[in-house]
Design a protein around this ligand. Structure first.
Ligand SMILES: [Zn+2]
Length: 163
């Protein structure tokens, strides 16, 4: 697990409330916030400069991560791939047998694909996409999660600046 404030790799993290936001942080950073488990007992008076320095580090890390993950697009099989295949086949006016023949596959494969009981491997995906002229894979948005975490850092930092 990684401390959300300083980024240190820790065996365990403590949930603390820092300026109204709950973060999972290491023991070292926990002293800057209120221990959530202890029922919001006031923490030690935080030194704003120290908090700000740590949050800026965090911000930088988040940005690096965003860029990295943004540049690495991941494509996964679409959840509705059976419908996409069936719709495209019917649009072409093909029977399952005809599609199977064009793909050089057994008709039972088409049955399984269209009922979603079989997930095609990459070779079969490419074949389906080429013959039916459709896409059955779609971009996965892993980066979105990281971005919202990054925004939390912005809010914290903005808050401290206003002080
Ligand atoms: Zn820490």
């Amino acid at each position: 697990m990684i401390c959300e404030m300083c980024g240190k790799e820790m065996a365990s993290l403590l949930p603390v409330r820092i300026e109204g936001t709950v973060l999972s942080v290491c023991r070292d950073c926990a002293r800057f916030g209120d221990n959530v488990k202890a029922g919001g007992k006031p923490g030690t008076t935080a030194e704003p400069s120290v908090i700000q320095a740590r949050l800026q580090n965090r911000e930088r890390r988040m940005k690096t991560k965003d860029v990295y993950e943004g540049g690495e697009e991941s494509f996964e099989l679409a959840l509705d791939f059976p419908k996409r295949i069936k719709d495209a086949r019917e649009k072409n006016g093909w029977k399952q047998e005809e599609l199977a023949a064009k793909m050089n596959e057994r008709v039972s494969i088409i049955h399984k694909l269209e009922s979603g009981t079989m997930h095609p491997d990459d070779a079969l995906i490419r074949k389906v996409e080429k013959i039916l002229d459709i896409k059955i894979k779609e971009k996965v948005t892993i980066a979105a999660v990281e971005k919202s975490t990054g925004k939390k850092g912005m809010t914290l930092e903005d808050f401290i600046k206003k002080k």
